[in-house]
Design a protein around this ligand. Structure first.
Ligand code: HEC
Length: 109
């Protein structure tokens, strides 16, 4: 009885170790793979799921990445008049903007 529960405990520990190591290795690439999508999700409230707007806010789906990037930079630099985007654009690095723009460029219109 004692031996059985001891070996069961050993089995649990072994399976935790076996489970933990591969998942620790795959965690980082998995997060990276979804980074663009996760960043772009911040825009979905207003620009629609996948950038496909159902309201007055313009759609971003299928927009060329360079156009989205330029507009985001123009909003950030105050060169493009805006009600909200000039504030939002300041919250993203150039790298993040590029990832988001690329993600929306690949979404169907
Ligand atoms: C709170 C609502 C809201 C959120 C969130 C939002 N936007 Fe906007 N977006 C707008 C509005 C409204 C406009 C029109 C310009 C303005 O009034 O600011 C706009 C315009 C734009 C435009 C110009 C589109 C065109 O065709 O001229 C781009 C590009 C853009 N947004 C990108 C983004 C990106 C990228 C995100 C996410 C990081 C985002 N927006 C998040 C409301 C939003």
């Amino acid at each position: 009885m004692k031996l059985a529960s001891l070996s069961r405990a050993a089995l649990v520990v072994a399976s935790i170790i076996a489970f933990a190591s591969p998942s620790a290795q795959t965690a980082a690439p998995a997060a990276d793979k979804n980074l663009a999508r996760n960043l772009a999700a911040n825009c979905a409230n207003c620009h629609g799921t996948g950038g496909k707007s159902v309201a007055e806010v313009p759609s971003l789906a299928g927009a060329p990445a360079n156009v989205t990037i330029q507009k985001m930079k123009d909003y950030r630099d105050g060169k493009l008049p805006a009600t909200i985007m000039h504030q939002l654009a300041k919250g993203y690095t150039d790298e993040q903007i590029a990832l988001i723009a690329d993600y929306f460029a690949k979404q169907p219109k």
